[in-house]
Design a protein around this ligand. Structure first.
Ligand SMILES: NC(=O)c1ccc[n+]([C@@H]2O[C@H](COP(=O)([O-])OP(=O)(O)OC[C@H]3O[C@@H](n4cnc5c(N)ncnc54)[C@H](O)[C@@H]3O)[C@@H](O)[C@H]2O)c1
Length: 256
């Protein structure tokens, strides 16, 4: 029980095959009070997660869902206010909401560029800005933002230049939060996944997938739960002296 009674908000938790959902599930298994945010949230998603919990965790599980479009600052603030009213505070925020497109640089249209940046970077900013005053008021908190190996290696797998740029922005944003809010007891860290088996990989042709997997030292894709494990470490007290760090979850595909 690494998060017993901790109030943990997981954004982008609405896709049952996704990293956010797996993180919400793992956190609930570790005793957290979990609030799942997603633009596509509904009661069935929360019920499904609770039903999948092991018997011991399910009995005491406190899992809720809030529909929230993270590109709207108003939505983010309203969600955070509701959570604080309900639970009194927030211990941890995981930002796993994201969208990807693999469009080549010269074919990226303005509206696609704006959407990718709006969700991945502005959305992450909106939630962090909404949650930070709550964490500062209590003098502690942990933020985990999902970036991508695309930001480190320059795309090349699933995401295009706009995706890589948005995820590079998430790294800069998170490091700045770590520096600015460390003195106030708040930690902020980055998880950089690559090739995790979620809907984000659905469009990859089989041949391309085979080539990519062969080039990964661990010779396989990762599971959402393996990415969730990195979030758990950073969210919990095990990562208590870790801030401003980037944790790669990529099977060794980008060793640097
Ligand atoms: N899967 C991978 O291999 C991989 C690799 C690198 C980085 N990532 C990053 O990890 C995170 C999770 O990815 P995933 O593979 O689980 O993706 P996913 O598509 O399974 O889940 C993303 C979730 O974000 C939600 N979302 C999208 N726009 C939103 C908005 N405006 N407001 C609120 N929620 C919104 C979606 O509804 C979905 O539930 C993303 O930030 C992604 O960029 C994933």
């Amino acid at each position: 029980m690494m998060l017993k009674d901790k109030v943990c908000v997981v954004a982008g938790a609405g896709s049952p095959r996704g990293i956010g959902y797996a993180t919400a599930q793992l956190f609930a298994e570790h005793g957290a009070k979990v609030v799942m945010l997603d633009i596509a949230m509904d009661a069935g998603i929360v019920d499904g997660l609770k039903a999948a919990l092991p018997a011991g965790a399910a009995r005491d599980a406190d899992v809720r869902g809030i529909r929230c479009d993270i590109t709207s600052l108003q939505d983010c603030r309203r969600a955070v206010e509701g959570i604080v009213t309900q639970h009194g505070s927030i211990d941890c925020l995981v930002n796993s909401a994201g969208v990807v497109r693999g469009t080549p640089m010269l074919s990226i249209e303005e509206d696609e560029y704006e959407r990718i940046l709006e969700v991945n970077l502005k959305g992450t900013f909106n939630l962090c800005q909404s949650v930070l005053p709550v964490m500062v008021a209590r003098g502690s908190g942990s933020i985990v933002n999902l970036s991508s190996s695309a930001a480190q290696r320059g795309g090349g797998l699933v995401g295009g230049a706009h995706y890589a740029a948005s995820k590079g922005g998430v790294i800069g944003l998170t490091r700045t939060i770590a520096r600015e809010f460390g003195p106030k007891g708040v930690r902020a860290n980055i998880v950089c996944p690559a090739m995790i088996e979620t809907a984000m990989l659905d469009g990859l042709p089989d041949e391309r997938m085979k080539d990519i997997l062969e080039a990964i030292p661990l010779q396989r894709a990762g599971s959402p739960r393996e990415a969730a494990g990195a979030c758990l470490f950073l969210a919990s007290d095990l990562g208590g002296f870790v801030t401003g760090a980037t944790l790669d979850v990529n099977g060794g595909s980008h060793i640097h």
